[in-house]
Design a binder for this molecule. Sequence first.
Ligand code: FAD
Length: 449
Amino acid sequence: MITTDVIVIGGGPAGSTTSTLIAQHGHKVMLFERERFPRFHIGESLIPETYWVLSRLKMLDKMKASHFIKKYSVQFVNANGKLSAPFYFHDNKPHECSQTWQVVRSEFDLMMLRNAAEQGVEVHEATRVLDVLFEGDPLTPNSSPTVGRGGKAVGVRIQRENGAVEEVRAKVVVDASGQSTMLQSRFKLRLWDPVLNKGAVWTYWEGAYRDTGRDEGATLVIQTPNKQGWFWYIPLHNDVMSVGVVGPFDYLFKGRGSHEQIYTEEVDACQAVKDRLSKARRVTGYFATKDYSYRSKQVAGDGWVLVGDAFGFLDPLYSSGVLLALKSGELAADAIAEGLSRGDTSSAQLGKWGDMFNRGVDRMRRLVCEYYDGFSFGKFVRNFPQLKNTVTDLLIGDLFEERVDAVWGPMESLYEEGKQQIPAWTAGASPEVMQTKTNELYLPEGRKP
Ligand SMILES: Cc1cc2nc3c(=O)[nH]c(=O)nc-3n(C[C@H](O)[C@H](O)[C@H](O)COP(=O)(O)OP(=O)(O)OC[C@H]3O[C@@H](n4cnc5c(N)ncnc54)[C@H](O)[C@@H]3O)c2cc1C
């Protein structure tokens, strides 16, 4: 029987982060990733607060030496096509952390995984985790899983590329399996967000318009003229532009035909995107997701922890996914290392960071919901110029301090008459809606960045 201190399921940003930091603490870590990297992934725009975790991971020099496009700002285009002034992160925090990157995820995730291996993580690619094993489970390869919620996680059952099945034991199992949500699904811990029900269709272009100089790497968030949705416009290296449309699931997909048809109609209706793509050539097929936001009711149990999308997914509006993957990975790694040194791998120890983390996600979620309810950064800053830095703090991902809550009262003072309060994520979705929900990803044939 193979044994180690910690097992990490999944080699995306959350899994790489958690495993690297646990290895830095001096513990033995095995990471199992079902794919062989590089593999395609969406989620290309980083936000500045990733800097601090990347620094702990010893990734900064690699990022600085990479060909990834440097991102200094974010800019909004409203439904009438009016472009806001850029929000330059450096004006808010004059520090090198205010420059971040637009990454091709297949390359970034590979760099992160190699970096983990360099720091002592035992990385196994093309190795799928079939089950998490709990105390009292029968430890035979062909037995059906009898995982109980009360028990303590003690290891995993894995399947190698050649089909061989093995069991590996550990003191802690970290689920970083992304939207596969292995443990969240098994224990029925998922709460679907009561309001954030979106879908996305996207593709990649060469020769699309891009600004120059400091603005070349800006993310553009372009509202559609009918205000039903928005486009991301994200410049990648090698002249590739990632352009996707996000909208309410029913609006985007119901009775609208193929992904190509939906995308073409939305671009045709949005002059700000159409103009920018007028000289561009599409270089991939069409990608699509159903992306309902969700979170787990629990961040940890005895001997197990959830990080990244395996814990929760938040609407991509402000590009917070990788930050939340890195941050939860960091917080979980520190709690695990402390627990191992004390011999305490209880749910309370492994999940001690959960409440604080949830409050941070709540702040980003509120900013997302306010945008969908008509919030305008321009109007807010004109009315409350003294809060420009604080609202920019939220945009860069500085989410985990109470001082940023200073923006909500003034924001509410600008509410139009009759605007409803945003329901908390803990309200969940109604049972009927829950029946119909499942996150799905459609990948086209052929080239993928
Ligand atoms: C449309 C869209 C746009 C987005 N845009 C952005 C953006 O601009 N910026 C941003 O920061 N975020 C963005 N995101 C979010 C971002 O993609 C995710 O939040 C991020 O990838 C989460 O990282 P992770 O490590 O938790 O999961 P993943 O990156 O999904 O990694 C999970 C890994 O686990 C592996 N795995 C799964 N099951 C198993 C198993 N049984 N055994 C072994 N391995 C397994 C998978 O192969 C995968 O490699 C976007 C998301 C969507 C849907």
